[in-house]
Design a protein around this ligand. Structure first.
Ligand code: KIV
Length: 296
């Protein structure tokens, strides 16, 4: 399934920690920003070694790891637990904690306190939250507390019921204009970057040109300043549904099924374990044991 590529792990020597300043510089230099999600230590380690700029501990956790139908049941405690695991695995990438449903919507001081927990208790460098103008005050106050915020516009999964499903956004002129305004409002409120999810490529390109902060697209075309995918989609690990904008770089679900079936067959037919997979004890100790238990 994997495509021919010259990609190899990024050399650790000379690598610097990615910061929000790196994001700004990359936009100025027109260098694309890469971002992926992770929810555990080994995946964070592999993503970091591949030289990806930013790891998002997304609340997509709820769907691709915890098996919920949508992201709404995910709690602060779920997020912090997985953020801690990711922060133990990644050294260079900018680490972003996704604020879960109802951790920032009801009250601005709750929003600041919960954002702070991501940095103080789980090793994140920044937080992401969903929504436009209605979140401007929360963004302002979180940023005033010294916490970098990434916005998220377009298809915002925490509003799935309000949006009438996981559907593309900003497809008519008025909705598109409102999205552009929301992007500008979030920039003014202090967001250092914005995710644009499932919006027309031309609109995402326009927003990216109008903003001085970098945009990170997911299903938003090549005109964004960077790209993000849900790692389980990219690896072919989540097969409940695959959005149109996903490119699968591997079929790990198929590979897992192959390995699990082979293991089961070998357990059943006795091919596993072999001698090399077993621990032994010295013969003298074995003989002594047999005498001790009356088997000699
Ligand atoms: O939760 C998530 O993984 C996200 C990405 C889709 C951007 O918000």
């Amino acid at each position: 399934m994997s495509t021919a590529s010259t990609a190899s792990p990024a050399p650790a020597e000379g690598r610097k920690k990615i910061t929000t300043l790196t994001f700004r510089r990359k936009k100025e230099r027109r260098e694309a920003i890469s971002m992926l999600t992770a929810y555990d230590y080994p995946t964070a380690l592999a993503i970091d070694q591949a030289g990806i700029d930013c790891i998002l501990v997304g609340d997509s956790l709820g769907m691709v790891v915890l098996g919920y139908q949508n992201t709404l049941p995910v709690t602060m405690e779920d997020m912090l637990h997985h953020c801690r695991a990711v922060s133990r695995g990644a050294r260079y990438a900018l680490l972003m904690g996704d604020m879960p449903f109802m951790s920032y919507q009801a009250d601005v001081s709750d929003a600041v306190r919960n954002a702070g927990r991501f940095l103080q208790e789980s090793g994140m460098d920044a937080v992401k939250l969903e929504g436009g103008r209605e979140r401007a005050e929360a963004v302002r106050q979180i940023v005033l507390a010294g916490i970098p915020v990434m916005g998220h516009l377009g298809l915002t999964p925490q509003s799935v019921h309000q949006l009438g499903g996981f559907r593309p956004q900003g497809r008519d002129a008025e909705a598109a204009r409102r999205l552009l305004q929301d992007a500008q409002i979030l920039q003014e409120a202090g967001c250092f970057s914005l995710v644009l999810e499932s919006v027309p490529a031309r609109l995402a390109g326009l927003i990216s040109r109008r903003l001085h902060i970098p945009t990170i697209g997911i299903g938003a075309g090549a005109g964004c300043d960077g790209q993000v995918l849900v790692t389980h989609d990219l690896l072919g690990l989540f097969d409940r549904f695959t959005p149109k904008f996903v490119k699968k770089y591997a079929d790990l679900n198929g590979e897992m099924q192959r390995a699990f079936s082979e293991y089961r067959a070998e357990v059943e037919n006795g091919a596993f374990p072999e001698e090399q997979h077993s621990v032994e004890m010295p013969d003298a100790e074995w003989q002594e044991l047999l005498e001790l238990v009356g088997e000699s």
